[in-house]
Design a binder for this molecule. Structure first.
Ligand SMILES: [Zn+2]
Length: 191
């Protein structure tokens, strides 16, 4: 999938992972500072975030036309409390092909979760593919909340990978990572 989009895929080493984590720590801290400097608190209404996510994909399709999001249809999950209990943040309804996003997850995560679900909706079924496409969409978008959510999720993902390596390395990266109130590990079960 990634190769079809023109990316060169190489095996990675522990050093690569550490470098990636270090870069993501710097990116999330930069995004966080930019968000904190906003004059007014950003509008976090789900419908607003969904509309922005559709725009993020429109931007992405200019570079990769196969990623065009032709029929935006995202609904707040009808079963969001139940899904929260299960630790799921979003899913694709197979009967209607609508992306369902659980909007009771912390608001700062919603931009990435929405982009992840749209990736499923446009045909990328595997979780890793949806994460990658979702990251491409959110991390390149002009709205800093999307970039922050994307870099934060990717940082968690990278830390989890590092955690399978020597514990001290992952711990060191995590100490430098920005803290976000309300973050709950249970919400990351989809990664
Ligand atoms: Zn998914």
């Amino acid at each position: 999938m990634v190769k079809e989009l023109g990316f060169d895929v190489q095996p990675y080493t522990k050093a690569d992972l550490y470098l990636l984590a270090d870069t993501l720590v710097r990116l999330t801290n930069r995004d966080r500072a930019e968000m904190d400097a906003l004059a007014a608190p950003p509008d976090t209404l789900p419908q607003r975030v969904f509309a922005e996510a559709a725009k993020a994909y429109a931007g992405l399709a200019q570079t990769w036309p196969t990623l065009k999001y032709a029929h935006p249809s995202i609904k707040k999950s009808m079963f969001r409390r139940y899904l929260n209990y299960l630790g799921v943040t979003g899913y694709l309804n197979p009967f209607t092909n609508e992306a369902q996003v659980n909007t009771t997850v912390p608001a700062f995560q919603t931009p990435f979760v929405t982009c992840h679900e749209i990736a499923h909706q446009i045909g990328f079924a595997p979780e890793q593919d949806a994460n990658f496409i979702g990251y491409l969409a959110a991390s390149r978008y002009s709205d800093v909340r999307f970039r922050y959510a994307a870099n934060f999720e990717m940082l968690l993902y990278t830390i989890r990978r590092l955690a399978r390596r020597p514990a001290a390395v992952a711990h060191r990266v995590e100490q430098d990572a920005p803290r976000h109130p309300g973050r709950c590990a249970a919400h990351h079960g989809f990664l």
